[in-house]
Design a protein. Structure first.
Ligand SMILES: [Zn+2]
Length: 175
């Protein structure tokens, strides 16, 4: 549980710390959520996350078996909540009491800044409930996925270069 809770803080930090957001932004630029979005992270973010994971293991004193189980559940959860699996609203609403669902995570990928600044949980949803950052009452039809400043088609090379270039005003026009 502490691995999952500290990961909530890491995701939050990726949004509020500009040097980290440069990398995490690349994941949010994807304009269509499906299971492949779960794998579309900049290598810079992956490398920083590996250091964070090592620190989690070191300071929380997690044993190998607990770590392996949490990582397996986390991988399934990340593939699931980025996917376009069509759950009924009722099934989603039941599941979201415990784990992150596609509907909940879709709000986090909205192109409205105030909606993106919510739903930072990755596996269990209790962390967003604890911090009052759980947002669920947004109709799915009203959500546009992506970041307003990045609507044009981008090559892989451009995506990889984004963190190292001058930054755009990401939310301009949609605040
Ligand atoms: Zn995010």
């Amino acid at each position: 549980m502490l691995l999952d809770y500290t990961l909530w803080w890491w995701h939050w930090l990726n949004h509020v710390a500009p040097p980290l957001w440069r990398f995490h932004l690349v994941h949010h630029i994807d304009r269509d959520l499906d299971a492949s979005t779960a794998l579309r992270f900049h290598f810079g973010e992956m490398a920083l996350a590996a250091f964070f994971r090592a620190a989690q293991v070191r300071f929380l004193g997690v044993d190998a078996e607990a770590l392996a189980w949490w990582q397996r559940m986390l991988l399934v959860s990340i593939l699931f909540h980025h996917s376009n699996i069509e759950l009924t609203s009722d099934a989603d609403a039941q599941l979201v009491r415990f784990i992150v669902t596609p509907r909940m995570h879709g709000i986090h990928h909205s192109d409205r800044e105030e909606e993106t600044q919510s739903n930072w949980s990755s596996l269990f949803t209790c962390w967003d409930m604890l911090h009052r950052t759980f947002v669920y009452g947004v109709p799915q039809e009203s959500i546009t996925i992506g970041v307003p400043a990045w609507k044009e088609p981008l090559t892989t090379g451009k995506l990889l270069a984004i963190p190292f270039e001058g930054q755009r005003d990401d939310w301009l026009g949609n605040a």
